[in-house]
Ligand binder design. Structure first.
Ligand code: V47
Length: 354
């Protein structure tokens, strides 16, 4: 059976078949991905009103792609107090944020309580806010630094008020590329193990893939298939988020920066290959808002959110430092021909903007 027929009859693709998708022309691939997207979501495009908070940039790990960490290049170290984090959370919630997306560097100085206490403080004041926090890499860091098991860290997160885990730290699973990019950080199998344990607690999470640096197309497909395999077991992933590598202020040189076509193909392929992960997120902070809007026609059904402030990708050149205004976001989605739908963090619909 031809590859196109196989996709149209929704058959699962192998690694080699999925690699071959990159050889299909962009528009055919886009149509195939769009058919699957439209079956599931029609013209609806999802977003949430969220606030990213990055409480510290002090990091014990060294990832070549990172421009945010203060370990080497960035002389401006900072670590927020719980009071500062709570003040930001309060402002964001007063402005309508329904999710706090909290991601920290791997700070070896302030203990587990600095991480967990912040969640408790926020939840004491705002019991209904959704806290999406603690990447698989942060969980592994607390395990390595403080001798806690993964189970203990995950249980502490739940006790302290974390509702779901973001998809960060996955980077690219291929062991050789990973060793070059971020040696010493959470390994691929550990990242997957942590998410499996989280899902087994009845909790949901996301999964990212950092692409457009030194990885091959085959590495991207391998990454997707490892996620698909875990999703078959647990069903706990909500969204897959291909993060386009930003190249400024870091130590990763000689990269093959992807063209717009390559980025769109990667979104479309992830929609086709990841037949068991419901949402494909075009995270506009790394793709640019313009390409994210086009990605809606190439399989993506989610655009993340208003963000408000963002420090990780913007440190490496992305134009996301100050987020995007809600009215503008809604009007951009509408004028691109889609129906904006505000969702909560677990993809329940809150408001449809007809
Ligand atoms: O894991 C670091 C990435 C991630 C760069 O779950 C970079 O909804 C591009 O996980 N260029 C953290 N990316 C962000 C993250 C995330 C973002 C949006 C939504 C969700 C979600 C999760 O940021 C890290 C790393 O892969 N990152 N440096 C860079 N130069």
């Amino acid at each position: 059976m031809s590859l196109v027929k196989k996709i149209k009859s929704r058959e699962r693709l192998t690694q080699k078949e999925a690699e071959a998708l990159y050889d299909i022309d962009l528009f055919t691939l886009g149509e195939l991905a769009d058919e699957i997207r439209q079956d599931k979501f029609g013209k609806k495009s999802y977003f949430n009103i969220n606030r990213h908070i990055n409480p510290t940039n002090v990091c014990a790990d060294i990832c070549k792609f990172c421009a945010y960490s203060a370990s080497r290049k960035n002389p401006n170290q900072y670590t927020m107090s719980h009071e500062q984090i709570l003040e930001i959370a309060t402002n964001a919630i007063e402005k309508g944020a329904k999710e706090l997306h909290i991601v920290s560097a791997h700070n070896p100085n302030d203990g587990v309580e600095w991480y967990m206490g912040a969640f408790r403080k926020i939840k004491e004041k705002f019991p209904d806010i959704h806290i999406k926090s603690m990447t698989g890499a942060e969980v592994d860091f607390l395990h390595r630094q403080y001798g806690l098991s993964y189970d203990e860290v995950l249980d502490l997160m739940i006790e302290s008020g974390v509702d779901s885990m973001p998809g960060g730290g996955a980077e690219i699973f291929d062991e050789e590329v990973r060793e070059y990019l971020c040696k010493g950080k959470v390994t691929s199998s550990q990242w997957l193990e942590i998410h499996e344990k989280w899902h087994n607690r009845g909790k949901e999470s996301n999964a990212t893939m950092l692409f457009g640096h030194i990885e091959s197309r085959a590495n991207r497909i391998d990454h997707m298939i490892r996620l698909r395999d875990l999703q078959d077991k647990t069903g706990g992933f909500n969204a897959f988020i291909p993060l386009v590598y930003q190249k400024e202020n870091n130590f990763l040189k000689n990269c093959n920066f992807p063209s717009g076509q390559e980025i769109l193909k990667t979104y479309a392929i992830s929609r086709i290959v990841l037949d068991n992960i419901p949402n494909i997120k075009a995270y506009w902070a790394t793709s640019t808002i313009n390409l994210a809007l086009i990605a809606q026609e190439f399989g993506a059904n989610d655009l993340d959110g208003t963000i408000q402030k963002e420090a990780i990708q913007s440190a490496a050149g992305a134009k996301s430092a100050n987020g995007i205004e809600l009215d503008e976001f809604i009007s951009l989605i509408k004028s691109s021909g889609f129906t904006p739908v505000e969702r909560d963090s677990l993809y329940n619909e809150l408001r449809v903007y007809e």
